[in-house]
Design a protein around this ligand. Structure first.
Ligand SMILES: [Zn+2]
Length: 248
């Protein structure tokens, strides 16, 4: 049953953040129409350029996993179900710790009554058995689209074995304009039952994301983050909690 009360529940906190793109951005969607490019840049319905929230969330999860492992927390590994939460907790004792028990009646146990364990990362980002407790918005470019020129960047497919360019494989990428420090803004929302350490870990992970989108090795998509200080304050207890990774 869906309760109106649950739907209206406000989020615990939202981090307001902006990515300033230092070089050109290339977050493409293959097969879109309306552009000469083979891989046009993604736009919102009103034409504003955007970085999909799903892409930022994927990168954040990856960086948070690395940080959490570095702090000594056992973290599950996708995509094989046996090595992912909650299945991994049935066989690996490292995952059978008290702070991996989620205090939610409907997700606490398997059908046969055995308790479910969800690692630090799954408790934030979710898994097939546990809903995500953060929502990452699309980051939308705050500059009006009609003032931005369309930029096409030619590229060619390389044959790595022969180390030559392939015949007939010229393509065009659409990117945002180069070197204009375009701001892309949005929010990361933390649900009310999001763990207290989530914000600390997410802010730390943002420091490790230096580029987004495609062709990063060709120098595209490099960025600098800025966030609203009032929305990015972290409880001191959160840092202490994060340091308890190696002592369950
Ligand atoms: Zn996990």
């Amino acid at each position: 049953m869906v309760l109106l009360r649950d739907l209206l529940q406000t989020t615990q906190a939202s981090i307001s953040l902006t990515a300033f793109i230092d070089s050109a951005l290339c977050v493409g969607a293959g097969g879109s129409s309306g552009s000469l490019a083979d891989k046009p840049i993604i736009r919102a319905a009103d034409g504003h350029l955007l970085i999909p929230g799903s892409q930022l969330k994927g990168r954040l999860r990856h960086e948070c996993e690395k940080l959490a492992r570095g702090l000594g927390w056992p973290i599950c590994e996708s995509p094989v179900p046996q090595s992912m939460c909650p299945q991994v907790g049935l066989t690996q004792s490292a995952f059978q710790r008290d702070n991996y028990i989620v205090e939610r009646r409907e997700h606490k146990a398997f059908a046969d009554g055995r308790p479910q364990h969800h690692c630090l990362i799954c408790q934030i980002f979710g898994n097939p058995a546990l809903p995500s407790r953060i929502v990452v918005d699309d980051l939308v470019c705050q500059v009006a689209p009609d003032t931005l020129p369309e930029v096409l960047r030619p590229g060619v497919t390389l044959n790595r074995r022969r180390r030559t360019a392939e015949d007939q494989k010229l393509f065009l990428l659409e990117t945002s304009p180069v070197n204009v420090q375009l701001p892309f803004g949005g929010y990361i929302h933390l649900e009310p039952d999001c763990p207290s350490y989530a914000k600390a870990l997410i802010l730390a992970a943002l420091h490790h994301i230096h580029a987004l989108g495609g062709s990063k090795s060709a120098g595209l998509g490099w960025l600098t983050w800025a966030w609203d200080k009032d929305t990015a304050t972290v409880d001191e207890n959160a840092w202490e909690l994060l340091q308890m990774g190696s002592n369950p």
